[in-house]
Design a protein around this ligand. Structure first.
Ligand code: PHB
Length: 395
């Protein structure tokens, strides 16, 4: 039999008294609201994207009495300016100073990676409502990190195969020089090469620059069949207009991941008409949840929903589901994570579940711009699972 020493007795006493006080401690914790640390761009080229994510998130919670697992909700909101250099400091502020129960963010892949690092270091829950950086659910995957949007690979690889189907052989990739741009162009190239297509050149400009004339001149000289572009927000609006004005569209096709034309059609006007893109959402999907969601979003905000609004809303849905499973006790992490891992999200994009690396398993639609709508004209790839390269949870 183990000999009882003074040390083991004290340890044992301490343990049982902690256990005895647990319900009391939890009761106190239950009185305070659940704190959500929302880090999004509310200024700059991605400002509209951040606003729609924020509005979608709040709408999901509002539909459920603004409670998470029976507790009130406090939003602590921070404009991350899509600036990766300030990402870690901002996320650390939310965790250390504000003691948030869950981090939510961001749009920009570089900012999201800073948040991933903080979430890993502090074991704080993180839900990514947009940024596609492959590493977040790849090499840096972790039990406490979920993504409700997409991976960069997931939305652009199918465009590579779709471009082959359109008969193209030679491509140019163009984007901003940062993780999202590079990963998307490379994933497009991977899909395109799988059927013998070739990327003649990858052209990058610094984020968030929008001086496209020199690039368009270079593309004119290369004369590819197809141009794959990743731009979003204000940058996408300008690129599509400049491409149309250059006349290049007469001799080559412009394609991209759907961010090129999502939330931007009003600004792009006629210049976007007919453009084909791939994405995990389309405006007029005839899914009852999409129809009710779009009506509610319009009634709440006066604006039309887009992919960003959907992702914000689904972030709210995931939070609700997790919080309800643990009765609002976010410290019950294992149970919280388990419930989220096994969730089916009733999304306007179509219901989805999570892969082992915590990225959505979802259909990638082929869409075509008709007037002010990104109309779904087919499914480019069905139930796409991100390869989650380097993720230990996925093996
Ligand atoms: C990203 O940086 O991952 C990003 C930004 C804007 C988008 C999509 C992806 O619309």
């Amino acid at each position: 039999m183990k000999r009882i020493t003074r040390r083991t007795m004290i340890a044992g006493t301490a343990l049982s008294s902690t256990a005895a006080f647990l319900p009391f401690k939890f009761a106190i914790a239950q009185n305070r609201p659940i704190k959500l640390g929302v880090m999004l761009p509310y200024s700059g080229t991605f400002a509209r994207l951040g606003k729609n994510i924020d509005d979608g998130l709040r709408m999901a919670l509002k539909e459920n009495g603004n409670k998470l697992g029976g507790r009130d909700v406090e939003y602590i909101v921070l404009d991350d300016e899509s600036n990766p250099a300030k990402g870690a400091e901002n996320a650390n502020k939310l965790v250390a100073r504000d003691k948030v129960d869950c981090l939510i963010g961001s749009v920009h892949s570089g900012v999201a990676m800073a948040m991933v690092k903080v979430a890993r270091d502090t074991n704080t829950m993180l839900i990514i409502p947009n940024a596609g950086v492959d590493t977040a659910t790849g090499e840096a995957c972790a039990p406490n990190i979920f993504r409700t949007s997409f991976s960069n690979w997931q939305v652009s690889h199918p465009m590579g195969t779709a471009a082959l189907g359109m008969g193209h052989k030679r491509a140019v990739g163009v984007s901003w020089q940062y993780a999202a741009g590079q990963e998307q162009v490379k994933a497009f190239a991977e899909g395109f090469a799988s059927g013998g297509g070739k990327i003649e050149k990858e052209i990058y400009l610094p984020f968030p620059a929008v001086e496209f004339q020199a690039i368009l001149t270079e593309i004119a000289g290369i004369k590819p069949d197809v141009v794959y572009a990743f731009f979003a927000g204000g940058g996408a609006a300008k690129f599509v207009k400049d491409f149309a004005a250059s006349g290049l569209g007469r001799s080559m096709q412009l394609v991209g991941s759907g961010f090129l034309t999502d939330g931007t059609l009003e600004a792009q006007g006629d210049s976007a008409e007919g453009l084909q893109t791939t994405l995990h959402y389309g405006d007029e999907l005839e899914i009852p949840k999409n129809i009710s969601f779009r009506n509610a979003f319009k009634a709440n905000t006066g604006r039309d929903a887009d992919v960003y609004a959907v992702q914000g809303y689904d972030t709210g849905q995931l939070l609700l589901l997790g919080a309800n499973a643990v009765g609002g006790d976010f410290s019950a992490k294992q149970k919280l994570i388990q419930s989220m891992e096994s969730a089916t999200i009733d999304s306007p994009r179509g219901a989805f579940t999570f892969s082992k690396s915590h990225n959505p398993i979802q259909d990638i639609y082929l869409r075509k711009v008709v007037g002010l709508s990104n109309k779904v004209i087919g499914v480019a790839a069905k139930a796409v699972v991100d390869p989650a390269r380097g993720c230990s949870m996925a093996t």
